[in-house]
Design a protein around this ligand. Structure first.
Ligand code: PGA
Length: 254
């Protein structure tokens, strides 16, 4: 894993956006795996800036999002469809037919999960997968205990994730209990490169365990140690529990 400790959230957003922008300049039909949550919002804003100011072209870009809640429609204010549209897609020149996000409101979810896996394969895999990390170490909605053998499927959210996401729904009781998520196997096998973003002190234990701990399904992000091309970009509060790195260094290989 490569580890970059950013001074702050602004720098984390800038570094990650620049990596993606440079990749897109080289490969106009890049396939991006995208994440929701608060952490990548700054990165999306910077990418919109590259599009507006420097003409970064998204017209041939293909995207696959990690996950979506089950039981809410794309128009629901808290759906990840809506989040991605408002935060990113409606501000760039991406073709809507190139956007893939699981649908949590359709029958035959299992069939849909299989088609999602197939669509990723048909696109040639994911060039860059962006990930956040939960304070419990989840990636996507792969909660502690998820098997590294699992692909896109319906998952049960843990209590800690429900509580963490209650801030968006206003009331914990309104947070869906189920979601569709790409699996750890999907992430490990289809991603050529993974950029994991972590911001804030509440992620410090998970970040430390992911990088310095044993590989364990109890901390799903630690399974990323099995992938050979992962860059973790953490701001200083999220990196504060790492033991082996000198925090004055900006970039460290572990
Ligand atoms: P956050 O979520 O970016 O809102 O902290 C990350 C995650 O739960 O994966």
């Amino acid at each position: 894993m490569e580890m970059i400790v950013a001074k702050n959230y602004e720098e984390l957003s800038q570094i990650s956006a620049q990596m993606i922008a440079e990749f897109i300049q080289k490969k106009q039909d890049a396939v991006l795996g995208l994440a929701t949550g608060s952490t990548p919002v700054g990165m999306y804003k910077k990418l919109i800036g590259y599009h507006n100011k420097e003409g970064l072209d998204f017209s041939k870009i293909i995207t696959f999002n990690l996950d979506e809640y089950v039981g809410i429609s794309p128009n629901h204010p808290q759906s990840y469809h809506k989040f991605m549209k408002e935060t990113f897609f409606s501000h760039i020149n991406i073709s809507t037919s190139n956007i893939h996000i699981p649908r949590g409101d359709q029958p035959q979810i299992e069939k849909q999960c299989e088609s999602y896996e197939q669509a990723i394969k048909d696109a040639g895999g994911i060039d860059i997968q962006v990930l956040g990390i939960g304070s419990n170490g989840h990636i996507g909605f792969n909660e502690p205990g998820s098997s590294p053998e699992e692909k896109t499927r319906v998952v049960q959210l843990t209590e800690s994730t429900i509580q963490a996401n209650a801030r968006f729904f206003g009331d914990e009781a309104l947070v869906p209990r189920l979601a569709i998520s790409m699996g750890i196997k999907t992430i490990l096998e289809s991603s050529k490169k993974i950029i994991l973003l972590a911001s804030g002190e509440e992620k410090a234990n998970a970040v430390q365990g992911m990088i310095e701990g044993e590989i364990s399904t109890q901390l799903p992000a630690s399974l990323l140690q099995l992938h050979k091309n992962v860059i973790v970009i953490a701001d200083q509060p999220a990196a504060k529990n790492l033991k082996m790195i000198n925090k004055s260094l900006n970039s460290v290989y572990v």
